[in-house]
Design a binder for this molecule. Structure first.
Ligand code: ATP
Ligand code: MG
Length: 355
């Protein structure tokens, strides 16, 4: 329970955080701020064999840059290496080789400053149940050497919708509230980089929306956010830059819009006023699929824009269009394509972005 947490935290505090390292929020965008909030190069992690489990290379010499000010999503299937990367940045897992820096500070050579520059919400919730949220934040602030007059526990709790629970025992908080409390805890020393490992896992839809807007606000106020998520709509809605990691390798890293444009495929679903048994010859050139007697599904490359031609052919075939709908590729399509390794012709991977 508490004792181990506190002991670990205290040993960190004496070893790594001996004096206040608060950075005023304004510095997050200052002239001295680095171009990349996080930068890793050739980062490798091999978990050593134990018992019958052989060595496991969780990260294979990855290169990754998280631009300052970005809201950056790290996506990947279970076991891809996301938490390993985050835990290395947080100082919870020791890397095997390579370099990593946070806010320009090397995690080996400038450990104290690199730790002070990052706030991490780990995937596993480990909150001491016997403190109240307010006490927990005060304790955390103490560990990071935040002077009393600069502490903002109440403000942080309010920003995460936890004012009502400030004095409640943490064990009485729901799962979603605990997760928000973890976010609050990671913010007490005002780090310029906030890392959230699956921040909305197990959080209900309404609270997820709230957390999203809180994360957006933090980002707009200058904090660089790195998050992992399995909810692709979360990354699509929230993030401006997306990296995909698979089997310990970065297989994509680029601005969201650019990633979404990669899958050059679109669908047009047309409902007509007749029951068809076969595709009319006028439409054969477009190879539609007859999904129901009155429904035709056309798949095409977005860049080819054949819609006018399709409508023209439909009218030549004597068909009246009752309804039509188009669908574009979304992040889920791209994610599945990339992580399944199905590099079909429609998917082009710009090599300069791949770590
Ligand atoms: N302490 C450990 N000892 C040995 N192997 C580990 C350890 N932690 C993680 N691994 C292995 O390293 C690989 C990457 O795990 P990691 O937790 O980084 O994945 P992840 O991308 O965060 O997955 P998830 O989406 O399930 O959280 C996995 O194969 C996992 O089994
Ligand atoms: Mg994980």
């Amino acid at each position: 329970m508490a004792c181990t947490d506190i002991a670990t935290a205290l040993s960190h505090s004496t070893m790594e955080i001996q004096e206040p390292q608060l950075m005023p929020a304004s510095d997050h965008r200052g002239v001295d701020a680095p171009r990349d909030a996080v930068s890793v190069s050739g980062l490798t992690k091999v978990y050593k064999a134990s018992g019958r489990t052989p060595d496991k290379t969780a990260l294979h010499a990855i290169d990754l840059k998280v631009p300052r000010g970005s809201l950056f999503a790290l996506l990947g299937p279970n076991g891809a290496g996301k938490s390993t990367l985050i835990n290395i940045l947080a100082g919870l897992v020791r890397k095997s080789s390579g370099t990593a820096s946070i806010w320009g500070y090397d995690i080996d050579k400038q450990t104290r400053m690199s730790r002070a520059s990052i706030g991490v919400v780990p995937q596993e919730l480990n909150i001491d149940p016997f403190f109240t949220p307010k006490e927990l934040l005060e304790l955390q602030a103490g560990l990071y050497g935040v002077p009393k007059k600069e502490r903002r526990s109440e403000q942080i709790l309010a920003s995460l919708g936890l004012t009502d629970k400030a004095e409640a025992y943490t064990r009485t908080l729901s799962g979603g509230m605990r997760r928000r409390l973890m976010v609050a805890k990671a913010m007490v020393h005002r780090p310029p980089v906030l890392v959230l490992d699956e921040p909305t896992a197990g959080v209900d839809i309404e609270l997820r929306q709230q957390l999203w807007s809180q994360v957006k606000e933090l980002n707009e106020a200058g904090t660089t956010i790195l998050l992992t998520t399995h909810y692709l709509e979360e990354a699509e809605e929230l993030c401006d830059t997306i990296a995909i990691i698979n089997h310990g390798r970065v297989i994509a890293c680029e601005p969201k819009e650019q990633l979404l444009r990669r899958l050059d495929s679109k669908e047009l679903l047309v409902e007509v006023d007749a029951a068809l048994r076969v595709t009319p010859p006028e439409l054969e050139a477009f190879s539609p699929e007859l999904t129901a007697p009155n429904r035709l599904l056309f798949r095409y490359r977005a860049s080819e824009s054949p819609v006018a031609g399709i409508l023209d052919a439909l009218s030549r075939a004597g068909l009246t269009v009752v309804d039509l709908r188009t669908e574009e590729a979304d992040l889920e399509d791209i994610f599945l394509q990339l992580t399944r390794g199905a590099h079909d012709a429609a998917l082009t991977v710009p090599q300069e972005h791949v770590g």
